[in-house]
Design a protein around this ligand. Structure first.
Ligand SMILES: [Zn+2]
Length: 434
């Protein structure tokens, strides 16, 4: 086993600059969800050049891909993400400096390159050390809109692997006992009647009033929902000119809950609030579901294996210069002392579910195949995710160290699962029972 570990570490350390450059380019491309053309092409080229057979574009998802190497019995899956976030463009300066463009405020540039690197390290083991495995690297677009993997699952992908090993860049190193919430996204379109806002407002019926009353109602609703549930909304359209009663308004809602059933029940309550707002304003509403994600099915055997592999490899240590940079960013976002330091430790698993505040389409994959999602420290602790502070840290040497650590752990996990049948038997048994 140590032979595999040494080979993985040697390969990934040797190619660190190449994989970091790949992450750097994806950071620069900063493409929107489902439009990650350059990022997907870059990863496909990298995998193809190194011997993978690559299928570019999967059943209508132009920026999805599937890259395969080997034909051994144990099938290891990795998932690349590479989309960025609107409004999070950031110049390389230690203060917010957006221009409204897209930016990698969730570090998916690292995620994409790191998962591909893990796949390439496993390919090296298959080729040079006869690891009895097949490695499948999936390119999964549009994670930020929580739809990429969901559609891929619906289209029949991920059934070709025995396990899917995932990671995410974050502010600490943990082995994957964190559960994603179920999530739904929907729009509500309100229709009213236009009229002169001063001359004959009695003839008008305001769609904007209905939208506003819906939000007021939902803000009251918050007190009476499950404590792990969240509502978020934004206005897509709030009318046009103030001197015309708006006959059209549109809201975008996201609803999160601990379980899928709780999430669906909450969506129904929100719909009733909107219907109430329509009764008050004599308007109508149409609901359109954008998408739904499951909560994640955790696998504690995989998490425990991830922890073992994290310990075997050891989390990276950071240079004084890297630490100082993280402190500068921490200061700029109002975090002080140890709270803003780069994390060099490991979170010790205890076999219990940790509640995450986020959701991910990784959870949909976890419904059909055993999945673990580990996190590695790529930014200072408590750096707010989906913010300029992540964008600016996501193409720095510390982040590449975190990426390299994740790739090593995911590759070692793959090697161990392929060669220690008892490990996978336990993983599969837990998955089947859950
Ligand atoms: Zn993310």
């Amino acid at each position: 086993m140590n032979g595999y570990q040494e080979a993985i570490e040697a390969y990934l350390d040797k190619h660190l600059e190449e994989f970091s450059e790949c992450a750097r380019k994806i950071h620069e491309f900063a493409e929107p969800s489902s439009e990650e053309y350059q990022s997907a092409a870059l990863l496909c080229d990298l995998l193809e050049e190194k011997g993978f057979t690559v299928e570019r574009g999967l059943k209508g998802q132009k920026t999805a891909f599937r890259a395969v190497y080997g034909n051994g019995p144990f099938r290891i899956g990795y998932m690349c993400e590479y989309d960025s976030l609107a409004t999070l463009h950031q110049e390389d300066v230690p203060y917010p400096c957006g221009n409204g463009g897209f930016g990698h405020g969730c570090g998916h540039n690292l995620l994409g390159a790191g998962s591909a690197a893990a796949g390439l390290a496993v390919k090296e083991l298959i080729e040079k050390y006869q690891l009895p495995a097949t490695v499948v690297v999936y390119g999964t677009p549009a994670e930020e809109t929580l739809e990429g993997k969901t559609v891929m699952v619906e289209n029949g992908y991920f059934r070709d692997v025995d396990v899917c090993l995932a990671w995410h860049p974050l502010d600490h190193n943990d082995c994957g006992e964190v559960k994603f919430k179920a999530c739904a996204a929907m729009t509500m379109t309100f229709h009213g009647v236009k009229a002169h806002a001063c001359n004959c407002p009695e003839n008008g019926r305001s769609a904007l009033d209905a939208a506003e009353l819906t939000n007021v109602g939902c803000n009251y609703l918050r007190e009476h929902i499950d404590r792990d549930s969240y509502l978020h909304y934004s206005y897509i359209n709030g009318g046009d000119r103030p001197n015309i009663v708006p006959d059209y308004a549109k809201l975008w809602y996201m609803v999160r809950a601990y379980t899928f059933d709780q999430m669906r029940a909450l969506v129904e309550r929100i719909k009733r609030v909107a219907q109430g707002a329509c009764m008050m304003t004599d308007t109508t509403v149409e609901f359109a579901l954008i998408g739904e994600n499951h909560d994640s099915k955790l696998n504690f055997h995989l998490a425990s294996l991830a922890y073992d592999c994290m310990k075997q490899i050891g989390p990276p240590s950071f240079t004084e210069e890297e630490k100082e940079y993280a402190r500068t960013i921490a200061k700029a976002v109002g975090i002080s002392g140890v709270e803003g330091e780069l994390d060099e430790g490991l979170v010790v698993p205890d076999g219990t579910i940790k509640k995450d505040n986020g959701s991910s389409d990784v959870a949909d994959v976890s419904q059909i195949v055993p999945v673990v999602n580990i996190n590695t420290a790529c930014y200072g602790r408590r750096t707010p995710n989906h913010s300029w502070a992540v964008t600016v840290q996501a193409d720095k040497p510390a982040a590449y160290k975190g990426m390299n650590f994740a790739a090593k752990v995911l590759a070692l996990m793959g090697a161990r699962l392929a060669t220690e049948p008892e490990l996978y038997r336990q993983v599969k048994e837990e998955f089947d029972k859950a």
